[in-house]
Design a protein around this ligand. Structure first.
Ligand code: NAD
Length: 288
């Protein structure tokens, strides 16, 4: 029998609290302004996984009183058609937040489409303007998953100030904004990636270790400093039937060494949609 010493961080419970808080604040916002926050989702093509994600986001909006606008375009929609829809949503006062579900089918350019979104409505925080504001420490809309990780750390009472934080993964969607948020919270931040030499050694320095790679069980138990907080962002689907989800961390081994760890599923995942709802309310306030 393995000894499990780590606290398992209950992302579902923290996300439920965030959603409840958003619902209360949405109700107050409607009373104060007479406006209902609205989220427009744009899905191009018929990718089944993307359709499930968009459906989940729309359902979550309805549950907290945010009005959903669900736009679907065929896979062969032209660049001009997609950009015209984004322009229309930018100009629509009922729409506080806009997100285009990525990836978009080729030859469409997800970066171009995302950057067409008005920065004040950029609830995914992926435009150049939002990334720049985050880098400069200015208020703005921040990507949902890294925001969710910061809320999880807060929920378990881990203050990044003065701590060694290691982020494995340097994507624009997660790794880079995660590092910026930790830096803003006064952590000493190291970003690792596919070319990092001796990932294990760098990981062992971490008081807060965050893995966002997409390789099941990449992070081994002996990569973890005793007492560290481990946040597993990875989502990997097994080929078994039915498929199971695992993270990037060898959970059982890590839980023997860490002081706290997120499970997959039920850790970071639920925070992403909760933070999207939160961002939509923030966007509504910015354009009120
Ligand atoms: P990505 O593919 O854009 O980036 C992966 C990163 O991992 C890259 O920066 C790359 O340099 C790094 N990498 C690749 N191989 C490596 C290796 N062997 N060692 C160290 N680093 C390596 O991915 P992403 O969009 O940032 O997502 C990463 C993972 O997080 C995926 O599994 C994704 O599904 C998951 N994710 C989950 C959520 C959520 O809501 N829970 C949100 C975003 C991403």
């Amino acid at each position: 029998m393995r000894r499990m010493s780590a606290t398992i961080i209950d992302g579902k419970a923290v996300a439920a609290k965030v959603r409840e808080q958003v619902a209360q604040e949405v109700a107050a916002f409607v009373t104060e302004t007479g406006r209902t926050p609205g989220l427009a989702t744009v899905l191009v093509g018929e990718d089944a996984a993307s359709a499930v994600y968009v459906g989940g986001k729309q359902k979550a909006c309805a549950q907290v009183g945010i009005q959903g606008f669900d736009h679907r375009l065929p896979a062969d929609a032209s660049r001009e058609t997609v950009l015209a829809l984004i322009d229309e949503l930018n100009a629509d006062d009922r729409v506080s937040g806009i997100l285009c579900q990525l990836p978009v089918p080729a030859p469409l350019d997800g970066v171009e489409i995302t950057n067409r979104i008005d920065a004040r409505k950029d609830v995914d925080g992926l435009t150049i303007a939002s990334a720049g504001r985050l880098a400069l420490g200015m208020p703005g809309l921040v990507p949902c998953t890294p925001t969710g990780v910061m809320l999880l750390l807060e929920a378990i009472g881990v203050d990044p100030q003065g701590r060694e934080a290691v982020v494995i993964g340097r994507s624009n969607l997660f790794g880079k904004p995660m590092a910026q948020l930790l830096l803003a919270a006064n952590a000493t931040v190291t970003i690792c990636h596919s070319r990092t030499h001796d990932l294990a050694e760098v990981s062992r320095r971490a008081d807060i270790l965050i893995a966002a790679v997409g390789i099941a069980h990449l992070v081994q138990g002996d990569w973890i400093k005793p007492g560290a907080t481990v946040i597993d962002v990875g989502i990997n689907r097994s080929t078994s039937s039915p498929p199971t989800l695992t993270g990037d961390v060898d959970f059982a081994a890590a839980a023997e060494v860490a002081s706290a760890i997120t499970p997959v599923p039920g850790g970071v995942g639920p925070m992403t949609i909760a933070c999207l709802l939160r961002n939509t309310l923030t966007a509504a306030r910015m354009t009120a």
